[in-house]
Design a protein around this ligand. Structure first.
Ligand SMILES: [Cu+2]
Length: 341
């Protein structure tokens, strides 16, 4: 059926071309100047383009008004507010320039449409204009880039030592969390130590590991407390994306990336703000990392400091406890090793 419609459209276009040819030939035969006819259309084309601009601009603002409510709610972190401001300033400038240039473009098309007897004025160069449209964008872009860079350094610098150290460990297709405990130091890890009991590959001989706490199903953050995320990946590149906090950082195997942020709105407050009782913060993977990439996420809760401590106390230690089972297992391995000798 679709194929038939396509054939019909192609046939209609071919017929239209033939008709135009016949029209041209008939005009030539009747002795009229074809270009003269063409110039009669110019006014209509120019007016049509002005109408196109007006409709286009109206639709542009209509789409902003219509789809703006579907964008993210207010930023739930301290730097997030600044990120949003910076982004908004960018958009204001872009929209302002877009409107000015589009109106100028269509106005000049209309103004300099063909008129009989008018010749185009040859105008090759104007230094003043060149300087104006080079210097102004340079200054504006320099201000934007420098402000952005300052923000970027503030949220990624390892010099932010007042943050609570939290690890986010990404792997196909889950996130694991680790809290540094009382010493605020995440114990060392090594990928060869990874096992079912020790999914983070912790070095058990490192004393800093002893008080580390693991979070397997959801992560909690205390409100108004600076957090230093230490991000790692077990396999390939993932991306730790927490849209409501305006946080995003790649998780790269073999290195630690950082993100420093301070949550400012608890989950309960955000539920009120969004008038959505089921609202939850979330960590999403934002790098296409395989077939189940779309399922890779973890719930995040922002608590009051007291509730956070209460929750943290219910979470297991990251250090795998030597169970009778794995004690036996290592025994068996030893026995096998002895026997092979
Ligand atoms: Cu992923």
């Amino acid at each position: 059926m679709n194929f038939l419609i396509l054939l019909g459209v192609i046939a209609a276009i071919m017929v239209a071309f033939r008709l135009m040819n016949i029209l041209n030939i008939s005009q030539e035969l009747s002795g009229r100047d074809a270009t003269e006819e063409l110039h009669k259309d110019v006014k209509g084309n120019a007016m049509g383009l002005i109408a196109f601009m007006v409709v286009g601009l109206i639709l542009f603002f209509y789409m902003i008004w219509k789809y703006m409510p579907l964008t993210l709610p207010v930023a739930a972190s301290e730097h997030g507010v600044r990120t949003d401001n910076l982004l908004n300033i960018n958009f204001y400038i872009i929209i302002f320039v877009f409107i000015i240039t589009q109106i100028a473009l269509f106005y000049f098309i209309w103004k300099y449409q063909y008129r009989k007897g008018h010749m185009a004025y040859f105008y090759s160069h104007n230094n003043t204009v060149e300087i104006i449209w080079t210097v102004i964008p340079t200054i504006v872009l320099a201000i934007l880039v420098i402000t952005g860079l300052k923000e970027w350094i503030a949220i990624t610098s390892k010099d932010n030592t007042d943050g609570m150290n939290v690890q986010v460990y990404a792997q196909q297709f889950v996130f694991l969390g680790r809290y540094a405990g009382r010493d605020n130091t995440l114990g060392d890890s090594y990928f060869r130590n990874i096992s079912t009991e020790n999914p983070l590959g912790l070095k058990l001989e490192d004393k800093a590991v002893n008080d580390d706490i693991i979070a397997k199903t959801e992560m909690h953050f205390p409100v108004n407390t600076p957090i230093m995320l230490n991000i790692n990946s077990r396999d390939i590149i993932h991306s730790v994306y927490m849209p409501h906090f305006r946080v995003q950082m790649n998780a790269v195997p073999g290195m630690t990336t950082n993100f420093y942020f301070k949550p400012t709105i608890t989950t309960a407050e955000m539920r009120k703000k969004t008038a959505n009782e089921k609202f939850d913060y979330v960590i999403l993977c934002n790098k296409i990392c395989g077939v189940s990439h779309y399922t890779m996420n973890m719930k995040v809760v922002v608590d009051s400091k007291e509730d956070f401590v209460k929750w943290l106390k219910t979470q297991p230690l990251a250090k795998p406890a030597p169970t009778a089972d794995n004690a036996n297992a290592s025994q068996t391995v030893k026995e096998i090793a002895e026997a092979v000798k």
